[in-house]
Design a protein around this ligand. Sequence first.
Ligand code: X90
Length: 277
Amino acid sequence: MTFQIVADSSSDVLSLPHVSYAQVPLAIRAGGVTYVDDAALDVSGMVDALRAGKGKSSTACPGLEDWLNAFGDAERVICVTITSALSGTCSAAKVAAREYEETHPGRRAYVLDSLSTGPEMRLILEKLDELAAPDADFDAVVQEIEAYRRHTHLLFCLQSLHNLVVNGRVNAAVGALVGLLGIRVIGQASAKGELEIVAKARGEKKAQKAVWSAMSAHGYAGGKVRITHCRNAEGAEALARTIREAWPGADVSVGPARGLCSYYAEEGGLLVGYEGA
Ligand code: X90
């Protein structure tokens, strides 16, 4: 019996090497255009259009039908979502999972709330790619992945919080930091899956240092790291180098964020998912 692994597009994961996998896109709306965050999206083109446009913009989470379609006809589904504290994505997935189990007695569908997003979701999905072998026990895989994600973390470094603020995804105190020119905000996904500021820094180099010291302080000791960026490959590679210098042989990789994370992390933004304590 094979597994179907499903995640929303904030994971930036379009495919996995071993398991059957489907991605469910969120959407970004700006200037009368809807950008569906699927494999076909021209992310850089969207970021250009967002920069040129001054109007309102927003995002929309997938609905029940989108999730059900992604579950396909699988006997066993494990679904990974963006934090339930910031998006309706997870609750739609949970409704879909319940309905799936009810309409197909004997089938199983489990929703894991990542309490995070982006590259931390990638770590969870890569682990599921290892765990969800056809002969694996469903409940054991669920237990193992829940245990794994308690030791993964997300840090980020943003040049602007504008889109997070206008869409009501951060609280007023955090919002007050917006617009401080040249200030980078370093934050983390909190235990409750909310955005929590850990430091502020002026300039890219100091910001990178702050990210690195936050990682070390949170028990990073040479585990896997996944870094994504919104048009800041240079910053992402510099951070990767710092990590590899401190922990030679560490599995660190860098890639571009896709639509949803690019919209919220904004130009220059970095997201870092890592295995820690
Ligand atoms: O419309 C929707 O339902 C989607 C809302 C998503 C809101 C948050 C997206 C965050 C993307 C930005 C930095 C990381 C913050 C993570 C905090 C847990 C990435």
